[in-house]
Unconditional design. Structure first.
Length: 86
């Protein structure tokens, strides 16, 4: 990713509602952000290639992992704003 060198990770969660709350407050404060999602369902299915546990991953308990990045120049301001949410 071209911009990744200029960005730093500021927040990570598995709760989509929390991610949206953080994104909304950053947007309200005119802080540019990018998100990255890791799909854990694929990881679990790859771990189950031998087929020993066919129910693995079908219970709905598998959550994706979300990471949020901001420009390094906005890191302190974004961290402060996020800390006020909790």
């Amino acid at each position: 990713m071209l911009f990744k060198k200029k960005l730093t990770e500021i927040y990570s969660t598995q709760d989509l509602e929390k991610l949206y709350r953080v994104k909304n407050v950053l947007r309200e404060n005119n802080i540019y952000y990018m998100t990255e999602t890791t799909n854990n369902s694929l990881r679990l299915s790859m771990n189950n290639l031998n087929g020993r546990n066919p129910i693995l991953g079908r219970t709905g308990n598998v959550k994706d992992f979300y990471r949020l990045f901001v420009y390094k120049k906005d890191q302190e301001k974004a961290a402060y704003i996020i800390s006020q949410l909790n």
